[in-house]
Write a protein that binds this ligand. Structure first.
Ligand code: FAD
Length: 384
């Protein structure tokens, strides 16, 4: 049995590795000549780390995961601590630690694990056909590939999705812009073992420790779509949006390298529950594009891959396995998308009264409520 995997991102590689565990041959096709990740880093939460372990890629987490042992919220204007607590009780309860990782390093180690020479780069799928015998991918360079089934892990702007759904979908702007990048750890900005978040006015700045003594940082600002801002204006833009914020924030803005800072207008899409049409299945962002507000998009793609493997472990009948994958994943992934959207709105001042009340709650937070929310998200995944 042969699978065509479209996309060599987190989802595509996880799916290929998972299917290989079931003895299924995979051919992986990637549109770009060289993968350049859109973000500087991601937090692989404990559920994602469990998936990476299950897929035999736990060593990647061990190598790249930063020491995120504590968590704190600070007032953006004064740097006063609103809440600060250890994540140890959460890690103990769920049985795994969270791993913030460099995205470029994650991507390249996953590709290395799968085998770079087993990926066909510069192959952009534009159309797909299927019949009783199998599925055929048509690429923009005129070439084709044939397999028994296809896993379309071609991201939020998936070219395959409309063939599965029978229509295209609208992306939804989440109302804010995210700038992200990496800097060397500077403990005058934040502790080296803590996920630190500054909040005020519906804006947010976060720092997470990743391996090799670096911080992943990001800034969120509620803004209209399509502003004339890019890397060349990044320092002026951030200085403008955060002019009256506290000293550590000013220091962070001074420390960033605009040439490696990404600016992204954040989108998601209305969740849908059809992931499968006959021999084709959507996986990862192609199936459930989400805002990054609970750090679960990539983790969800890893969960998809684990469940896909489990489905083929139970049945080698393609239709049965793909439909089982769909039924086990669509509600969970939808829940995560909607949870992220809800968190997004509270964080980014969609209703400032709600956001102010969240700030007040943070000042009373002992860590118990936040960790209960994180635990629920983590343990509702396929590996508990
Ligand atoms: P992608 O990573 O988009 O990969 C798709 C691949 O398919 C790409 O390599 C692309 O080149 C290729 N492709 C596209 N079109 C075609 C085509 N026509 N033919 C062939 N190949 C094609 N997730 C977390 O878990 N934790 C986080 O902390 C987190 N933070 C985030 C922060 C930001 C700012 C953003 C934007 C996202 C964040 N995410 C996070 C989400 C995470 O990045 C995505 O959910 C994840 O990358 C999805 O993986 P994927 O493989 O499905 O899609």
């Amino acid at each position: 049995m042969k699978a065509l995997i479209i996309g060599a991102g987190i989802g595509g590689i996880s799916a290929a590795v998972s299917l290989k565990q079931q003895g299924i041959e995979c051919e992986v096709f990637e549109a770009v000549k060289e993968i350049k990740p859109v973000g500087a880093a991601i937090s692989v939460w404990c559920n994602g780390v469990k998936c990476m372990n299950h897929l035999g890629m736990g060593h990647i987490m061990d190598k790249l995961g930063g020491p995120m042992l504590n968590m704190a919220y600070q007032d953006g204007k004064t740097a006063a601590i609103m809440t600060q607590f250890s994540l140890a009780p959460l890690i103990k309860e769920v049985g795994e630690r969270p791993c913030p990782v460099s995205r470029a390093d994650l991507q390249s180690m996953m590709i290395e694990h799968w085998g770079k020479n087993k990926i066909q780069f510069d192959k952009r799928i534009e159309r797909v056909e299927q019949d009783q015998q199998g599925v055929t991918a048509y690429f923009t360079d005129g070439s084709t590939a044939h397999g028994d089934f296809m896993i379309a892990a071609d991201g939020a702007n998936s070219a395959v999705r409309s063939f599965v759904l029978g229509h295209s979908i609208e992306k939804r702007y989440a109302g804010y812009v995210n700038w992200n990048g990496l800097i060397d750890v500077d403990t005058s900005i934040a502790p080296a073992d803590q996920w630190t978040t500054f909040v005020a006015d519906g804006k947010r700045i976060s720092l997470m420790p990743i391996a090799d003594n670096r911080f992943y940082f990001f800034f969120d600002v509620p803004l209209p779509l399509g502003l004339a801002e890019d890397r060349s204006t990044v320092k002026d833009d951030l200085n403008g949006y955060f002019s009256d914020w506290a000293e550590p924030v000013q220091k962070l803005i001074q420390s960033i390298d605009p040439s490696t800072t990404n600016r992204i207008e954040i989108h998601d899409a209305e969740p849908f529950t059809t992931y499968v049409d006959q021999r084709i299945a959507l996986l990862g962002d192609s199936a459930h594009p989400t805002t990054p507000d609970i750090g679960q998009g990539g983790c969800s793609a890893m969960e998809d891959a684990v469940v896909l493997g489990q489905a083929f472990a139970t049945s080698k009948d393609i239709r049965t396995a793909l439909l089982s994958y769909q039924s086990k994943r669509n509600q969970r992934a939808k829940d995560l998308v909607l949870k992220a959207r809800k968190r997004c709105d509270v964080t980014h001042g969609v209703d400032m009264e709600v956001t102010q009340s969240w700030y007040q709650d943070l000042k009373k937070e002992t860590g118990e409520n936040i960790m209960a929310g994180l635990k629920e998200t983590i343990t509702s995944g396929p590996l508990g």
